[in-house]
Design a protein around this ligand. Structure first.
Ligand code: GLC
Length: 453
């Protein structure tokens, strides 16, 4: 086993609390939804059983209405993270304390990967059969409760739900979130990580005000739809959900399908509806996909947020794009090359780009993973290889960091991060031989860029 694979396993082991994994000790001491799904991919590289345990435990948090929450507060109240369960005041029917919002629905993709990797065994078919109803219920919640008008695009009511907390996509909205009556709280993150790598105080106040508002509305889907200060049709959520529906269909076919033929029809209709609606995220003037802002506090009424984040490329993961859109996105990746390490989370030539600040510029391995798959599906193999190579160079240089500076490659945020280690084990380690020539070229390219600057 290579040194890095050994380190990656140790990283997962250090964050493994038995039947679920935390993203990183102290900084994120609970079970996070999409982190847990990606961690399962990492476990699957050497312990398939443990991978399934991870997913089982995540779905134990599912609410009656189908939502799978973004955090499950399972361990003792941790004093190193805010907001904890006392701020959210939410629990599911099984009594597990949770947050009151969801997260990008990557579980269907992960479960499909597990089944594909294991092959057609009794175990994988059994697991697929158990997860199909749970996934169906979760996706149904998105489509029915988060899109009551059946527009084909689902809404999100908190930046944390989108997984891209302080993306510049939200900057203009966060400024307008009413903060009167915000109850006192104590931030913990900046005691652990330099403040310049974390969201600003005013952004954090807005995050907390949104938690407070959602709690005061009792997390009622209709009340949130009508009143949430923050209301967006996000690129991360909508593209990943579209992909998730396709993966769910694959799972139904995988087990022979007959038992889920009614669900199959519903999913097919949803895919058809959303594939048209996703086109509304395309900003023709800026030649990129962008979220739509419906927040009452900005009065934007469905305007594009403006500016481009890496979530635009998740459209490739969802598929069904026009050839000119694929060309435009691929041209954008070429332009973004000047940051040296692909793929920055925000346009490096855009106002608001900040190479160290969380979702305003740094590279995130999980985003790269999904975009890599999207590029390959569209036949852009060289760009996909460049993204995979850069991600593995970042890990070789800086270990399994939460995120990385796209200009100098420095590791940022928390170290020993679960989902980054998992991306090494599941995605990059198996590619090492095929990437070695490309790695040499990428290193030359980087040296050249470095000398120029
Ligand atoms: C941050 C990230 C989010 C992630 C969480 C736990 O909030 O923005 O995407 O799920 O940390 O790692």
């Amino acid at each position: 086993m290579s040194f890095l694979s050994d380190q990656a396993r140790q990283t997962l082991a250090a964050n493994d609390l038995g039947h679920y994994t935390i993203p990183r000790k102290m900084l994120y001491p609970f079970q996070w939804n999409w982190d847990s799904c990606f961690a399962a991919l990492g476990f699957a590289a050497y312990d398939e059983k443990r991978a399934w345990v991870e997913l089982d435990s995540l779905f134990e948090g599912q609410w009656d209405n189908g939502m799978v929450p973004h955090i499950l507060f399972r361990s003792e109240p941790a004093t190193t993270y805010c907001p904890g369960p006392d701020h959210w005041h939410a629990r599911n029917p099984a009594g597990i304390e949770t947050s009151g919002i969801s997260n990008p629905p990557v579980a269907a993709h992960v479960i499909r990967q597990l089944c594909e990797n294991t092959g057609d065994t009794e175990q994988s078919r059994h697991k697929a059969r158990t997860f199909i109803p749970k996934l169906f219920k979760w996706h149904q919640w998105w489509h029915e409760k988060r899109d009551p008008d059946m527009s084909g695009l689902v809404f999100s009511y908190h930046p944390w739900e989108t997984g891209r907390d302080n993306s510049h996509d939200w900057s203009a909205i966060l400024k307008h979130i009413p903060k009167e009556g915000l109850q006192p709280y104590e931030r913990k993150d900046t005691a652990l990580i330099p403040a310049n790598q974390r969201p600003d105080q005013s952004e954090y106040d807005a995050f907390m005000a949104l938690v407070q508002q959602a709690r005061s509305l009792d997390y009622d889907d209709m009340a949130l739809y009508e009143q949430s200060y923050f209301k967006v049709a996000d690129t991360t959520i909508n593209f990943i959900l579209s992909r998730a529906n396709q993966d769910l269909l694959w799972l139904i076919d995988f087990i022979g399908g007959a038992a889920f033929s009614a669900e199959r029809k519903v999913i097919e209709k949803r895919i058809a509806l959303s594939s048209g609606a996703l086109q509304r995220l395309w900003n023709d003037a800026e030649q990129a996909f962008q979220p739509l802002d419906f927040s009452p506090c900005t009065g934007a009424r469905g305007r594009h947020t403006g500016g481009t984040s890496s979530a635009a490329f998740l459209s490739l993961f969802a598929g069904n794009l026009r050839p000119d859109q694929i060309d435009a996105l691929s041209g954008l990746i070429d332009r973004w090359h000047k940051t040296v390490f692909l793929l920055p989370s925000y346009a490096p030539d855009g106002a608001g780009f900040s190479p160290e600040k969380y979702w305003m510029g740094p590279v995130w391995a999980i985003m790269n993973y999904m975009i890599y798959h999207g590029l390959r599906t569209c036949g852009r193999h060289q760009q996909a290889a460049n993204i995979a190579t850069d991600t593995s160079l970042l890990m070789k240089k800086g270990g399994f960091a939460e995120y990385y500076n796209p200009i100098d490659g420095a590791p940022l945020g928390g170290s020993g991060f679960s989902w980054t280690a998992a991306m090494w084990l599941h995605w990059l380690e198996p590619l090492q031989n095929s990437l070695s020539d490309n790695e040499a070229q990428r290193l030359l390219y980087k040296a050249h860029q470095h000398n120029k600057s």
